[in-house]
Design a protein around this ligand. Structure first.
Ligand code: PEP
Ligand code: MN
Length: 352
């Protein structure tokens, strides 16, 4: 951290800043210029905060030099992290596609969704059993029954499952039902107690970006999970709030490029919640892939007009299969490939 003193700051004021740095266990380096003095704090500056210096007499401003996050930073961990979800690798050259409905509704709906998702070659299935709805009167999710429906439908095709955890009190149920990936939704990105709890378990986590979270805030939220010991974290860009009202959210494609540089964690893009319309999903998926996404999270429903939640943005299984073909071709042009289940694997899974 560097503390910039005001031009008129005297020796006593400089000494007070030095004392505060030493009290925090860091060394001091003072640089006296012709116009002002700069004081450098040498050591682990994450223990310091500008609030410790800015109110002191004679201080003009203070600033961090290091990034506030460490465990998730590529600066400290050069190799890209590959998260292994029951044998499906996210973060490697092959791109993964996670697909399924917004919400778990009924067993037949989930079975049909699983059939469609698996037939198109996706290797992971999503579905929300606990739904964060804007209105308390809207469908809130099937709860634990929904976890069972998702697990049963996906198991018929050997697909690991991704589902959202909203409340720490449900974590044991998630572990009991062997949820393969815990999703922390947009609205909970900075629910620090929830992040600490998922940091303590050995289950991969998808951390969605808060609606108006900066990249730094998002990475600090990931740092909470990593600090607890769980390093199997994936970040998911799902669109941010801006002044634009022509679509649900703005897909921040720039964030994908920036994250690939800033962090070693895999980056997932959710084009469905970004655009909010099914017809936008192919274009946004292609943009995400081109920007370097490691995986896509796409909403697919057997009959979108009848979906209980996010009906307007769900693809039909047919549209999803066509998109997978398109993504295959694009991935090929980019020197990557979509990790798509072969038809033989699918029929073998069904025969079991
Ligand atoms: C979801 O994935 O269904 C969801 C609610 O997403 P988000 O948290 O991105 O709004
Ligand atoms: Mn949804």
């Amino acid at each position: 951290m560097i503390i910039v003193m005001q031009p008129e700051a005297g020796e006593a004021e400089i000494a007070a800043v030095e004392a505060r740095i030493r009290a925090a266990g860091l060394d001091v380096h003072v640089s006296r210029g012709t116009e002002r003095t700069l004081i450098g704090a040498v050591g682990d500056e994450r223990k310091l905060d500008p609030e410790m210096f800015d109110p002191l007499p004679g201080v003009e401003r203070s600033m961090h030099i290091l990034k506030p996050y460490k465990l998730v930073a590529r600066e400290w961990h050069k190799a890209s992290t590959i998260v292994d979800v029951a044998g499906v690798k996210i973060g490697a050259n092959a791109v993964q596609v996670i697909a399924g409905p917004c919400s778990v509704e009924t067993q037949p709906q989930m079975d049909a969704a699983a059939d469609g998702v698996a037939a198109a070659g996706a290797r992971l299935m999503r579905g929300g059993a606990f739904k964060p709805r804007t209105s308390p009167y809207a469908f809130q999710g099937k709860g634990v029954d929904g976890l069972c429906m998702l697990k049963d439908a996906a198991a018929r095709h050997g697909l690991p499952i991704v589902t959202e955890l909203m409340d720490v009190r449900m974590l044991d149920a998630f572990l009991e039902h062997k949820v393969d990936v815990i999703q922390i939704g947009t609205r909970n990105m900075q629910n620090f107690d929830l992040l600490k709890e998922v940091g303590r378990v050995d289950v991969p986590v998808i951390l969605k970006r808060g609606m108006s979270a900066t990249i730094s805030e998002w990475l600090m939220a990931a740092e909470y999970i990593a600090a607890g010991g769980n390093h199997r974290i994936m970040l998911c860009e799902r669109g941010i709030r801006t002044f634009e009202t022509a679509y649900r959210n703005v897909l921040d494609v720039t964030a994908v490029a920036v994250l690939k540089r800033e962090t070693h964690l895999p980056v997932i893009v959710d084009p469905s919640h970004a655009g909010g319309k099914a017809w936008m999903v192919p274009a946004l998926s292609c943009a995400a892939l081109a920007a370097g996404a490691d995986a896509l999270l796409i909403e697919v429903h057997p009959c979108p007009p009848e979906a209980w939640c996010d009906a307007d943005q769900a693809l039909t299984p047919g549209e999803f299969a066509a998109l997978m073909d398109k993504l295959d071709a694009l991935a090929h042009a980019l020197g990557r490939r979509i990790d798509r289940r072969a038809a033989e694997v699918e029929s073998a899974a069904l025969a079991r």
